[in-house]
Design a protein around this ligand. Structure first.
Ligand code: AP5
Length: 276
């Protein structure tokens, strides 16, 4: 089965997805992934979506698509957002909420979805809840990936992304077969503008300022599940899958379940071959 190309999410407006997902046999999964910049949310979102045939809804990807050279008609608000992003700062809530709000139909996607990078503030989380209510869909769970900052900085420093299909690699830990070239589409890989050391520092500071209140918000709603993000992507995926399956079956994973399950070699269906 071909991957949904996410046109409706990336381009907004009237854009239609090529290969929209088919409804899954059971209820679709709807997840939010939280965690520091570079912890591996995008990598896990891709693995999950490949398995579930769900859609990877990343607000960072909307902004990067809008910033692609050749895209014209950028509003002053969007230009300002792209500048904030380059500097590692958060884009104002109003801009992000406008972008997500006009893509509300993606939240009704019959294949389900994994939200990555949104919400990032309590105001965004409240707005997401209002949007979900408006669209008549629920949120299954919020997975928070946890890893020491020093390890995350190593991941970010080696990240390379495809200029065309946005696949993510790491120069040593998830290298492409041919250096600098995307395995998936053959286009060039590049470093993200916000992966420069000063932008990384800003992103980490802002993350630490916002994360406590956001975790508290979802903790109070009983939706928050912590997932240790050490190990390779497939090990983290196995933990995520096990938590996702129990949440989906209506069972709250007990504290530490994610770790225990993968240490014990818990069963997760094959993710696709790396790199993501
Ligand atoms: P966004 O695109 O959301 O970026 P981010 O949250 O900073 O997260 P990253 O994409 O950097 O990291 P990731 O956790 O997805 O890690 P990845 O899987 O790539 O946002 C970018 C910017 O847009 C923000 O700074 C802000 O300006 C703006 N923005 C977006 N949404 C916004 C919002 N809602 N509100 C306001 N502003 C918003 O992995 C990282 C690297 O590690 C890769 O090289 C990967 O190959 C490697 N890797 C992954 N897993 C492993 C592993 N297990 N072991 C070793 N290496 C690994």
């Amino acid at each position: 089965m071909n991957k949904p190309n996410r046109f409706a999410w990336l381009a907004g407006g009237d854009a239609q997805c090529v290969n929209p997902p088919d409804p899954p046999p059971g209820a679709p999964w709807r997840l939010v992934l939280l965690g520091a910049p570079g912890v591996g949310k995008g990598t896990q979102a891709e693995l999950l979506c490949d398995r579930l045939h769900a859609c990877h809804l990343s607000t960072g990807d909307i902004l990067r698509a809008a910033g692609d050279p050749g895209r014209c008609n950028r509003s002053p608000a969007l230009e300002a957002a792209l500048q904030s992003m380059r500097e590692g700062k958060l884009v104002p809530d109003a801009t992000i909420l406008e972008l997500v709000g006009e893509r509300g139909r993606c939240l009704r996607c019959c294949g389900g979805w994994v939200l990555d990078g949104f919400p990032r503030t309590v105001a965004q989380a409240e707005a997401l809840q209002a949007l979900l209510d408006r669209e008549g869909v629920g949120l299954d769970s919020v997975f928070n990936y946890e890893l020491p900052i020093s390890e995350i900085v190593t991941r970010l420093g080696g990240r390379r992304v495809c200029t065309e299909c946005k696949a993510v690699y790491h120069v040593t830990r998830q290298p492409p077969k041919q250096p600098g070239i995307c395995d998936r589409c053959g286009k060039r890989l590049r470093r993200r503008e916000d992966d420069r050391p000063e932008a990384i520092r800003t992103r980490m500071r802002i993350y630490e300022e916002n994360t406590g209140p956001l975790l508290e918000y979802y903790g109070k709603k009983g939706l928050l599940v912590s997932i240790p993000a050490h190990g390779n992507p497939n090990e983290i995926y196995a933990r995520t899958w096990i938590c996702g399956r129990s949440v989906h079956a209506g069972i709250t994973p007990p504290e530490g379940a994610a770790n225990a399950a993968s240490e014990a070699g818990g069963s997760a269906p094959e993710p696709r071959a790396q790199p993501s």
